[in-house]
Design a protein around this ligand. Structure first.
Ligand code: NDP
Length: 251
């Protein structure tokens, strides 16, 4: 085999590009490490680029992008595709959980959650979907929550955003099923990450922390493994929804 053919063979067997939003911490970082170990080139997005760069992963483009900025998300995807080829997977993972009681919660927190968890997720979908439809191949994995399936005290607005993720994912699946594109929803229970740290209601935050301390919650790697498992099924198989929680989490 001459050098040219060898290069072509290598190119054709290279794993496709995966995009992960909110990749600098928690579930996103664990998923980035896992997909990188499997040989995927990556586009990793989040506002704190230093956290993403600190992962030190090969074949990775790290961009400081706020997922609520539709054009910035699209531009980063464009840049990564020019380097690594078409996106085959997006993990829309970026999210904020600002728990609070509706009667008292600052309305800015409602806006932030809907902006990031709903509109930001849609921006990720929009940036990759036309290409996936054209190629009749691709996977969209949306990270929701068990709070996207049932209610919990103090979770009203967060829960609303995550019910929206479930609803939009189901509807999107109907839009793209005929185009060979998969849509998968991952709904984790409590995971040991930074997510709770942004909640400003001290009572709700303390109660939730006490709950987390009372059981062994999931590790981000547990969710990364579920995401990877779902992605690795043959393209003709869609694991539509995966609900994963610590065995000790009753509700
Ligand atoms: P983290 O707080 O560790 O991760 C959230 C990530 O989202 C951060 O890396 C953050 O990066 C990023 N992010 C937040 N806002 C934006 C934004 N505007 N633009 C771009 N990136 C943003 O928590 P988790 O890993 O737990 O959260 C990941 C997902 O899992 C979320 O969607 C969350 O709702 C969901 N989830 C988590 C559970 C848990 O118990 N931890 C349970 C169920 C679901 P940066 O600040 O640098 O932008």
């Amino acid at each position: 085999m001459n050098a040219k053919t060898n290069t072509q063979a290598k190119t054709s067997t290279r794993k496709p590009l995966a995009v992960i939003t909110g990749a600098g911490s928690g579930i996103g970082a664990a998923t980035a490490r896992t997909l990188s170990e499997l040989g995927h080139p990556l586009l990793l997005l989040g506002r704190r680029a230093d956290r993403i760069e600190a992962l030190g992963l090969p074949d990775t483009l790290a961009r400081s992008v706020d997922v609520t900025d539709e054009q910035a998300v699209a531009a980063a995807v464009h840049e990564a595709e020019a380097l690594y080829g078409p996106v085959d997977l997006i993990v829309n993972n970026a999210g904020v959980m600002l728990l609070g009681a509706v009667a008292h919660q600052p309305t800015g927190e409602w806006e932030r959650m809907f902006d990031v968890n709903v509109r930001g997720l849609l921006n990720g979908v929009r940036a990759v979907l036309p290409g996936m439809i054209e190629r009749a191949h691709g996977t969209v994995i949306n990270v929701s929550s068990v709070a996207g399936r049932k209610s919990y005290p103090g979770h009203t607005v967060y829960s609303g955003t995550k019910f929206a993720v479930h609803g939009m994912s189901d509807s999107l699946r109907e839009e793209v099923a005929g185009h060979g594109v998969r849509v998968i929803t991952i709904a984790p229970g409590a995971v040991e990450t930074e997510l709770l740290s942004h909640t400003t209601d001290v009572t709700i935050k303390a109660d939730y922390q006490a709950f987390k301390d009372s059981i062994q919650v999931l590790d981000p790697q547990d969710v990364a493994d579920a995401i990877t498992f779902a992605y690795q099924r043959p393209q003709r198989v869609t694991l539509r929804e995966l609900v994963i929680a610590a065995t000790a989490q009753a509700a």
